[in-house]
Design a protein around this ligand. Structure first.
Ligand code: GDP
Ligand code: MN
Length: 380
């Protein structure tokens, strides 16, 4: 789950990371009241799930109420990379002497946390990585060892920051590491991490992605309310399905994320375009199958549906019963192609046989099923 900047700053503040005082608002009048409360000058900042807000005109300095009114009026409703600004964050402006970059994320192949630190902050790190890769100091932290003070200090020294601020940066990075690990984040990025003219180190921006698998350990419901999902994804999410909306015409249902991914590939290979990713998980009972079919059926772009199930622990006849039961529960418009393989696939196909028609087709292999689904999508 991606946090907005102000939520990321609230998250950081819980771990003692210094951030500016501010308020989140949704109207121009509230923006002025917030600025009056935090004290001028302030920065008016668009709160959208996108970076590059500064360049897009979504970050403006205001010295008085009139300027707040003007900037807030311009930024509310501003389109930043396809995201319309509906929330502003008004914070006390900072006097900056240096802008650095820092982030923690998971390096899955190394099975370690990856920390990146650079004195070239404020600009996109992707650009630094291309133009000046030596300006990024990387560190891989074993989650069992954690980030110790001496290791953190060596990392900060390797980044060639202003030596006068080493202690302050080390202290902040140790807190950021704690926020990232104990807070269950997948990404914790500060760009820019600033040194103020008074020498204090401070998070001027916040980009935080929380690991949804850990939400049971936390109180994240307030963040949930600001998540921007496509309508189909919202409906699927409410039904507990792993669904990602795409823009093709072949609706896809598979069991297991890996099989669902390869199903998207074969649909493409067969010359079609998948309408979605949908993993129904291990058990393919009638309720889950019905929910999945319902979500796909509600997508007006879907012209055919490809159900790709490999029976494992869930046997073929259970899957077949699930599909038959689901079709009794929901009225599906698009033709369905089923590929059922794995444990007891033959028994499953035998159960399906009497139900087959030109709207419910069974194919023995994944590629044949994909080809049939793509053809049906083109015909409809
Ligand atoms: P982004 O463009 O979405 O990454 O938004 P940021 O929050 O990083 O702001 C963009 C840039 O605006 C920063 O790199 C700073 O240069 C500038 N900026 C943001 N807040 C302040 C502030 O309080 N004081 C000053 N002087 N500049 C700021
Ligand atoms: Mn930034």
């Amino acid at each position: 789950m991606d946090l907005l900047e102000y939520q990321g700053k609230q998250f950081f503040a819980q771990f003692g990371i210094p951030v500016s005082d501010g308020r989140s608002v949704t109207t121009v009048d509230e923006a002025v009241a917030a600025a009056d409360a935090v004290g001028y000058p302030v920065v008016v900042k668009a709160q959208v799930h996108a970076g590059g807000r500064g360049k897009a005109g979504g970050v403006k300095l205001a010295n008085n109420a009139d300027e707040v009114r003007e900037h807030a009026g311009n930024i509310l409703g501003l389109d930043i990379g396809g995201h319309i600004t509906r929330i502003l964050w008004i914070e006390t402006a900072s006097d900056i002497s240096e802008e650095y970059y820092v982030s923690f994320t998971l390096d899955r192949s190394a099975k370690k946390h990856l920390g990146m630190l650079s004195k070239e902050g404020g600009i996109e790190i992707e650009k630094v990585a291309v133009d000046n890769p030596d300006a990024i100091a990387k560190i891989w932290v074993d989650p069992v060892d954690g980030l110790t003070e001496p290791v953190c200090r060596a990392w900060v020294e390797a980044a060639n920051l202003n030596p006068a601020v080493t202690d302050g940066v080390v202290a902040l990075l140790l807190k950021l590491y704690t926020a990232y690990t104990e807070g269950d984040a997948d990404l914790a990025e500060i760009n820019p991490l600033i040194v103020k003219t008074d020498g204090n180190v401070h998070a001027l921006d916040a980009k935080v992605t929380l690991d949804n698998n850990a939400d049971y350990r936390h109180e994240w419901s307030e963040y949930e309310a600001t998540q921007v999902r496509d309508e189909r994804e919202q409906a699927a999410h409410a039904k507990g399905l792993q669904y990602v909306g795409l823009d093709g015409t072949v609706g896809v249902i598979a069991n297991g994320a890996g099989l669902a991914m390869s199903t998207l590939d074969v649909v493409n290979q067969a010359g079609g375009k998948p309408a979605n990713f949908l993993d129904i998980g291990g058990g393919a009972n009638a309720e889950v199958m019905a929910s999945a079919l319902q979500v796909i059926n509600d997508d007006p772009n879907v012209k055919s549906i490809f159900i790709n199930i490999f029976g494992g622990i869930t046997r073929g006849e259970e899957v077949a019963k699930g599909i038959i039961g689901a079709l009794e529960m929901v009225n599906i418009e698009a033709p369905i192609v089923i590929r059922l393989d794995g444990t007891n696939a033959e028994e499953g196909r035998a159960l399906l046989a009497p139900h087959l028609s030109d709207k419910l087709v069974s194919m023995p292999t994944m590629l044949e099923a994909a080809a049939a689904a793509v053809e049906l999508a083109k015909k409809n």
